[in-house]
Design a protein around this ligand. Structure first.
Ligand code: GLU
Length: 471
């Protein structure tokens, strides 16, 4: 086995493995794989009495569809290499869930904890101004979103800066997604990635034959789950898997350590405990583990790495005892680790599908911004009227009266949140079916990541071929 690959090398190896299983032309594959535009910037920001030079990036991996799309990460670990890997994953991710974007990603090399909100605002506004100057942002050009270390607050600053420069653009609100709901955002975006991760696990576990092959019974209910990271993605994956799926969360890890509780951790209570004590440790009824990394090797049915890349590598992959790894983070399993895990018959739900819920709901938000219309506004009352007529007819025909509460439930028209969740669920279910079918039908495809890649490559190449660039 080779030395541990870096993130971009891991993505590249996975790409090559899948590309080798297709009969697409080599030149076309090379074009799909390449990062089209890499913008590296340095800009000064006044911090206290001095200036600090901030290093930042925006990478547009593929322009086969426009705009390009992908989050902005604030982290001390940001490098050009990392942002390129993340931008590449965005291209495949968008293709897999059929959202009409090319892939992109941004990174600002700072540790947000070390700055005040006012300083973070300055950095965000300056970064946005740099993007505007180089034509690297716009509703039809490149549309950022939250990622590790950023959230709705930063997205609101980006929109406001964009408007300062381009206030006359009618679609300006679509220049960024993941905005606060009150500022041109959409209901359900915050939970979207975690909810999508939950749907991906639920789908993967719904096939009895696939589960039998890894020694599990079908269904998520009662299965043990370990979560690495209580950030936005880990938080919502855990909450939704517990409340809607009946999963048993036995282990949680965060920055300060990891805890274990065999009969299940009440995740809401853990969130409260952490808010109060500033730590997940010493949670009533749970034991503190030796190291926060122990979460990766704990015995469980489903392991959800929801933090950063490169967490499971050739050094710890052999110790992994989970039967399923759901890649809520981007790139948590290195290419070397994957080889080991596949030999151990571990099912890996790959990042580019597993965490695509975020960009899916970003797509809905962008559509909302471009249409200048809230989902549900036109049809909700109309549908309610029709359902009411129907219920009245049933009452008439049966001679029975339906109680007011039940009637309200049956006749309710869909709100924005209902439509967003329904669209997200449909997207995740459809995408899983496609990937699974490729794995089942195509010779030599042994893992879900290769199947997902092949699905993405087929879709992207057909875009290129229809452009007439490649004969
Ligand atoms: N940062 C998220 C991701 O990695 C969301 C991207 C988006 O919504 O554009 O998928």
């Amino acid at each position: 086995m080779t030395r541990e690959p870096n993130f971009l090398e891991s993505v590249s190896r996975n790409f090559d493995k899948a590309a080798g299983l297709t009969d697409l032309p080599k030149g076309l594959l090379a074009q799909i794989k390449a990062c089209n535009s890499v913008y590296q910037m340095r800009f000064p920001v006044r911090v206290g009495n001095d200036y600090e030079v901030i290093e930042a990036y925006r990478v547009q991996h593929s322009h086969h569809r426009l705009p390009t799309k992908g989050g902005i990460r604030y982290s001390q670990k940001v490098t050009q290499n990392e942002v390129m890997a993340l931008a590449s994953l965005m291209t495949y991710k968008c293709a897999i869930v059929d959202v009409p974007f090319g892939g992109a990603k941004g990174g600002v090399k700072i540790s947000p904890r070390e700055y005040t909100p006012a300083q973070l605002q300055k950095i965000t506004r300056r970064y946005t101004a740099e993007l505007i100057r180089k034509n690297f942002i716009g509703p039809g050009i490149d549309v950022p979103a939250p990622d590790y270390g950023t959230g709705p607050r930063e997205m609101a600053w980006i929109l406001d800066t964009y408007r300062t420069f381009k206030g006359d653009e009618i679609d300006a609100a679509g220049c960024v997604t993941g905005k606060p709901v009150t500022q041109n955002g959409i209901q359900g975006r915050t939970e979207a990635t975690g909810r999508g991760v939950y749907y991906s696990i639920r789908e993967a576990m719904s096939h009895a034959d696939d589960m039998k092959a890894i020694g599990l019974t079908p269904g998520i209910e009662g299965k043990t789950m370990a979560i690495q990271g209580m950030g936005n993605v880990g938080h919502y994956t855990a909450t939704i898997a517990q409340k809607e799926g009946g999963a048993k969360i036995i282990c949680v890890a965060e920055y300060e350590g990891a805890i274990y509780k065999e009969d299940g951790i009440d995740f809401d209570a853990l969130v409260k405990h952490r808010k109060k004590t500033k730590s997940i440790l010493d949670f009533p009824g749970a034991t503190n583990m030796k190291s926060r990394k122990d979460v990766l090797t704990v015995k469980c049915d489903i392991l959800v790495p929801a933090a950063l890349e490169g967490q499971i590598h050739k050094g710890n992959a052999k110790q992994v005892k989970a039967k399923i790894i759901a890649e809520a983070a981007n790139g948590p399993v290195t290419a070397n680790a994957e080889e080991i895990l596949l030999k151990k018959n571990v099912m890996i739900i790959p990042d580019m599908y597993c965490n695509a819920g975020g960009v899916t709901v970003s797509y809905f938000e962008w559509l909302k911004n471009l249409s200048h219309l809230r989902f549900g506004r036109m049809e909700k009352r109309f549908n309610q009227g029709k359902y009411n007529d129907l219920v009245n007819k049933i009452e008439e025909a049966t001679g029975k009266t339906i109680g007011a509460k039940e009637k309200n439930f049956l006749t309710r028209g869909a709100d924005e949140i209902d439509l967003v969740r329904s669209g997200l669920e449909e997207t995740m279910v459809m995408a899983y079916d496609q990937i699974r079918l490729i794995k089942k039908r195509k010779k030599n495809v042994e893992d879900l990541r290769s199947a997902a890649f092949i699905n993405a490559l087929n879709k992207i190449s057909s875009d290129y071929l229809s452009l007439g660039i490649f004969p």
